[in-house]
Design a binder for this molecule. Structure first.
Ligand SMILES: [Zn+2]
Length: 204
């Protein structure tokens, strides 16, 4: 395919060329470094995660998020498609919204880029159904209870979500607090069903 010539599959961690598209876009050197997320750790706070925030995939997500390496959104977004949860009968998928100031500074929302590449055929992406109405302090180093408090009232949804089944997507989760706050806001606005899915889970 032409797309394979223009955008040959590369290892998302070190950019070595891969022999062909692979389920896990890591080369033979980086792959052993990636630890699987133990099944018991895949669910946290009512949300699901696909891989561990560790090694090569953690570096790739950081490069997408903080270094503007937007070409990583494709291979990383497609990794989300491995989650069964993504393929249920959702009315819409929603990336976790950034606060407008942060979106302006960064220029893009990494969760929205991942969601676009993860979108299964026949599903819709509707980012405007959920808004971040309050900026929140960085959550690194906070425990689960502090994270929940930090996020109270941070998200809001309008009457457009009433009766809908919605899946919220994020790049990284730790305690599930951000996705849980999104789910709470969607349910409060009348969503019939709301769930959360993150690409990586940090166990730190
Ligand atoms: Zn590699």
């Amino acid at each position: 395919m032409l797309a394979d010539l223009l955008f040959p599959p590369v290892c998302v961690a070190c950019r070595r060329l891969l022999r062909g598209p692979q389920a896990l876009p890591l080369c033979s050197l980086c792959r052993p470094e990636q630890q699987p997320l133990p099944p018991a750790q895949r669910h946290v706070g009512g949300v699901e995660a696909v891989h561990a925030y560790h090694g090569p995939l953690a570096r790739a997500v950081a490069a997408l998020k903080y270094e503007g390496q937007l070409e990583l959104a494709g291979p990383l977004g497609r990794l989300l498609a491995a989650a069964d949860l993504l393929h249920r009968d959702w009315d819409a998928l929603i990336p976790v919204p950034l606060h407008p100031w942060r979106a302006l500074l960064r220029g893009y929302n990494q969760a929205a880029l991942l969601a676009r590449w993860a979108l299964p055929a026949g599903h819709r992406l509707r980012p405007r159904l959920l808004r971040r109405v309050r900026a929140t302090a960085p959550q690194t180093g906070q425990d689960a209870a502090a994270r929940r408090r930090n996020l109270e009232g941070a998200f809001a949804a309008g009457p457009a979500v009433a009766g809908l089944r919605l899946l919220v997507l994020d790049d990284v989760t730790t305690t599930g607090a951000t996705l849980a706050a999104c789910i709470t806001a969607l349910r409060a606005a009348g969503a019939r069903e709301a769930a959360g899915l993150a690409l990586l889970r940090s166990l730190a």
